[in-house]
Design a protein around this ligand. Sequence first.
Ligand code: SAM
Length: 224
Amino acid sequence: SLFSRRDPATRGLGMTSQRARDRLIERLAAEGIRDRRVLEVMRQLPRHLFIDEALASRAYEDTALPIGQGQTISQPWVVARMTEALIEQRLPRRVLEVGTGSGYQCAVLAQLVEQVYTVERIDELLRNARRRFRKLGLANIRSRHDDGRLGWPDEAPFDAIIVTAAGAELEHALLDQLAEDGCLVAPVGPAGRQTLLRVRAGADGWLRESLGAVSFVPLLGGTE
Ligand code: SAM
């Protein structure tokens, strides 16, 4: 596969990017990520291709990094935890992501499920992400430039929905686009007090489960 091709040492890492990824995966496992499928996909996927070359030497640190337009590529541990939470109970077939950003989270999902739909409100970020998907040969991703709070009604329902920016509340338009037995994972709350929630339909309404404190950029309206 493209990912197993020998890649050149990433400048400044002082080791091959594969070695750097192996170390990152050891660290994620030590910090509680249990799902082998998630760890293996992240071990293969070159995160340095999702950020600016000037930052590539920091690609395998467990930290969020700037991607322009005031946005960030999420911290690897957060990507791993959200992915794990999304596929834990049942492997979804069709997943909607709100907030494409760099495309990294989307590319992780595309290695695990049949089809990923992703929506980004900032056109320039989306164009960069699409270029990366093409370069990596990821053919099971459909993307659109729109306000992702509205979901993607024409393709609903989705088996799972992941939101990678924090809203004040859960978006009802998104919950309405969940398939029966589907689950949504989203950070909710104001800066400094955000909680990662997993939501599923229960017999008497939505079941919310808190997965811990997180720190995300805000979910904004409109497009640019
Ligand atoms: N999943 C991304 C990744 O792996 O790089 C995370 C990117 S960042 C933490 C969140 C992204 O959500 C930003 O690119 C931001 O522009 C986008 N965003 C914020 N509000 C949005 C909205 N209403 N619809 C779509 N995207 C939105």
